[in-house]
Write a protein that binds this ligand. Sequence first.
Ligand code: TRH
Length: 364
Amino acid sequence: MAAMQLHWDIFCRVIDNYGDIGICWRLARQLVAEHGCHVRLWVDDLASLRPLCPLIDPSLDAQSAEGVEIRRWGTEIAAERSADVVVEAFACELPDTYLKAMAAATRKPCWINLEYLTAESWAEDCHGMASPHPVLPLTKYFFFPGFTAKTGGLLREADLLSDREHYRKQIPPHDHLKISLFCYDTAPVGDLLAALANMPQPSIVHVPPGKPLAAVMQHLPGPGPWQHGKARIEPLSFLPLDDYDRLLWQSDINFIRGEDSFVRAQWAAKPFIWQIYQQDEGAHLVKLSAFLDRYCTTMGAAQAQAVKAMFTAWNGGALELAKAFQNFVDNRQAITEANRAWCDHLASQDDLATALVNFCAAKV
Ligand code: TRH
């Protein structure tokens, strides 16, 4: 059946932070805008969607924004029928009543578990794997985002890179270092601020509210903005999703975290420094090193070394941050060039929404 006739239900439970809802919202609106799908997005915590999409009213049980029907996922859900495609984001566990409706449907829905992004090679083996339900006549498929053609790819809107280029042409030149700082409060922000204060080149650091600003405020007095040596540190309000992209496009260096901002920084094709979401027993460090192994192959040895050292220092590794950061900045031009090539390489693969639409079209 053609994608445009299909009804999709996407279920999102917000664990913490903005990544889960950011990814689900981005996917939902792209399925509508680019694939003509009918999409309902079920969210348990609508307040977390509001900062990304100020159009929505978190007090409403049902509303529509950018062509997506947004429903509150409360204790009961009023789903009249199950959809043709059901996306369970990040193993959030579908409501029982909905599962039963899926099992009762004459044409069984294509049931997708959208997984977290990892560069580890096992994601290629697990991508698309089928898992029959132990009791109900339903099969769930594991869909892994990733960096290779053997995975589900990365979220990327059709016009993203041309919009980026168009936007960049309008940015006036600047002589300071423009930095965006989106991180967790566990990052060595104090060391970064000290390094920026003492660098020869002046910088402006834009700091979103929440954990990044809290981390800055542990080291600087009062609510800011601050002039800290050579660095001007400016608190920012939380930007709607597309405005955040523009911040990444205009910055010289982006500190990003988690999953979605990490991907957006790669589409920005500017030097970026990733703080990975921490997991138990250091599982995140394996993920970090798997990404570095893939990403750094596009660079010369000096740049790869600078990137690896800075990512390691930023993620709590025993390396001197000031030295790693200065080396990263010194290699900025070459890293920018490598990031352009990396971005073009990623963009030569299907984006995640297209890959998902094609995958599901073959199943329903
Ligand atoms: O908020 P995060 O730390 O989310 C994390 C990760 O997704 C992680 O994998 C997940 O397990 C955990 O949550 C529960 O980082 P992330 O993924 O970058 O999501 C942030 C979202 O917020 C992203 O969609 C970009 C968006 N954003 C804005 O729209 N405006 C802003 O001003 C900022 C700073 C972010």
